[in-house]
Every structure is written in C-alpha cells, then in structure tokens.
Design a protein around this ligand. Sequence first.
Ligand code: IMP
Ligand code: MG
Length: 176
Amino acid sequence: MEQPEVLITRDQIRERVAELAAQLREDYRDKNPVLVGVLKGSFIFMSDIVRALDIPLGVDFISVSSYGREMESSGEIELLQDLKTTVKGRDVLVIEDIVDTGICLNFVLHTLHQKKPASVKVCTLLDKPSSRKNPVKIDYTGFTIPDKFVVGYGLDFDEQYRYLPDVCFLDTESQS
Ligand code: IMP
Ligand code: MG
C-alpha cells in the first residue's frame, strides 16, 4: 500500500494541541467541563487534548453513523451511541476530528442541546470550510485545510490509516 503524503506533521500537531489546550485551560479552568468526543475519528486528538489540558473534567463519547467506504457524506446521519453522562447544567466541549459538510456536527449539536447543558462549544482538529453545506459555529480550530480527503492521527478511510502519526492526504484515485 502506498504511503500517503504528509499534510500536517506530528510536531505541528503537538505544538497546536499545546496552544489549544492553553486557551481551553483559561476558558474551562473552574468549570469541570464534560469533553464529548465524536467517535471514532477524534479519539487520538481527544486523548492528547485531555492530557494537555490538565484540569478537572469529565469525558464521554457520542457515536454517529460515518461515511463507511464513501468519501462524501450521504447527508443521512443516525445516532449509534449516546452519552452515558448526564450533561444537564454542565459545560460541554465537543471534540471533533474534522468538520467537512457540517452535517455530522449539526446533528451532534442538536442531540446535545436537547439535554439542556449550561453551554456547548466545539473544538475541532481540522476544518474544511470550503465544503460546508450546513453552517456551524466552531469555537476552537486546530488547522484549516483545503478540500481534500485526509487520514491519520485518528482519521480513517474505510477503517485504515488511523494509526499514522501525521495527518496525510489520501490519493483518492488509488483507492477506488
Ligand atoms: P461532515 O458531516 O461532512 O462535516 O463530516 C464529518 C465526519 O466525516 C468527520 O467527523 C469525519 O469522521 C468524516 N470525514 C470528513 N472528512 C474527512 C476526511 O477528509 N478524512 C476522514 N474523515 C473525514
Ligand atoms: Mg468524526
């Protein structure tokens, strides 16, 4: 299998995670927030953010249907796994791997707002603003990237490549 081309190196990620964590620490220091990771792509980013944050917090996960073998969102999303934590009255920080069309994040935010949290903010590692279909407010962004399919650092294509330490472009031609 061909090695994909690196877009964001592990060092750049480490540096940016530290910057984001410094900002989040200021904003959430005394709030005991609940960090909600959107499975599965956010799991590595989530674990790095949690460790870098170094403040009291809770963690939970939510899972929504993914693209599978597709590289574009079908637009139809369903909830696969809901939170186990009661977030009513709590400050929730959603941790996403990437916001592309915004359909997935909109669905997640809608689901969370029904639980009446005190606040909901969004932190995403990657943002692809040029492919947005559903406008969505992002509060903390790691990197803004062009409209290309990426893998690594938790992000997959058909469950492959999550283990790559860097964020890489996937040559979409060679995958079909
Ligand atoms: P959206 O609903 O189109 O914003 O897509 C959100 C989800 O699709 C992300 O959380 C990822 O799981 C997946 N996704 C979108 N773009 C990419 C990509 O370039 N690589 C890997 N997964 C992606
Ligand atoms: Mg995701």
